[in-house]
Design a protein around this ligand. Structure first.
Ligand code: R5P
Length: 281
């Protein structure tokens, strides 16, 4: 079995290969003078099972994923499994206004047509799994987050919106603490209104848990409210840290930011490799 890691996933690919007892397949990954991508697998994967690990964010990674899948197929792999740690475009799993694309369907169908199965991690909208057209599974990143938090002295888990309720309740149960769900109203791409509801966070060490930090608006607004309410500390944990534009700056209000390695960054604190390996075994 071989693990082929996309350009952003060297470390995650190596951990995954180790956990699965697989070999890491070297890849030449470069660009032509005009900016087009070139990939070449450096191992003979003919007749082998191949796991390709690549995000569909940012856009450029979609192209890299398709080329890696095609290279594995061309080289005669027996079975190709696509692991998408962060499935970009999963927030457009339907049209919100006439004339829009169902973006995750367009990307998902292309990927699914080139592999035998697809695995995602804490996907924003499970509906997206239907678009791959091959067997697919979403692996929860919540347990990895909660296990990492176990050493952090958490008093309360906060879900910034209804969409985060299930994963926050799961984390709170693992940590044996309470969970509080806030209510969110999105004003535009960068700004949200949060209503805290019936909560007195005074003196508590609070962790806000979400699937994605994009512009940071959701976490920053929630954290401000919790701090104003007297929380002793407010940290944020999320599976996918995108940190768009000045997100890191907006999030300075948080005492700590902790993200998984689905997107490797300076905020990566824990790995989802074990939960992926478990699902793939
Ligand atoms: C949306 O419902 C997601 O779960 C996240 O809350 C959202 O994507 C975070 O975006 P931002 O950081 O831009 O507020």
């Amino acid at each position: 079995m071989f693990v082929v890691a996309g350009s952003g996933h060297g470390k995650l690919g190596r951990s995954l290969a180790k956990e699965l007892g697989a070999e890491v397949c070297g890849v030449i990954n470069r660009r032509f003078a005009d900016g087009e991508r070139y990939v070449r697998l450096l191992e003979n994967v003919k007749g082998s099972r191949v796991i390709v690990v690549q995000n569909t964010f940012p856009d450029d990674n979609v192209v890299e994923m398709l080329l890696l899948l095609d290279a594995a197929r061309e080289a005669g792999a027996k079975e190709i499994r696509a692991v998408i740690p962060y499935m970009g475009y999963s927030r457009q799993e339907r049209t919100f206004r006439d004339g829009e694309a169902i973006s995750s369907r367009a990307i998902g169908a292309a990927i699914g047509s080139m592999c035998d199965s697809v695995y995602t991690i804490s996907i924003h909208a499970p509906k997206v799994l239907d678009f791959f057209g091959v067997p697919s599974q979403d692996i929860s990143g919540t347990r990895a987050a909660a296990e990492y938090l176990q050493k952090n002295g958490v008093d309360l888990i906060v879900a910034p919106d209804e969409g985060a309720r299930k994963r926050c309740e799961e984390a709170a149960e693992i940590l044996n603490v309470d969970c509080h769900v806030m209510s969110k109203n999105r004003i535009d791409d960068r700004n949200v209104e949060i209503t805290m509801g019936d909560l007195n966070p005074k003196g508590m060490n609070v962790v806000i848990l979400d699937d994605i930090i994009s512009t940071g608006g959701t976490i920053a607004t929630s954290a401000k409210m919790l701090k104003e309410g007297g929380a002793a500390s407010v940290s944020a944990v999320c599976t996918h840290g995108l940190f768009i534009e000045d997100a890191a700056n907006r999030l300075r209000i948080c005492d700590e930011l902790m993200c998984s390695d689905s997107i490797e960054s300076v905020h990566t604190r824990y790995s989802v490799s074990s939960v992926i390996a478990e699902a793939l075994k």
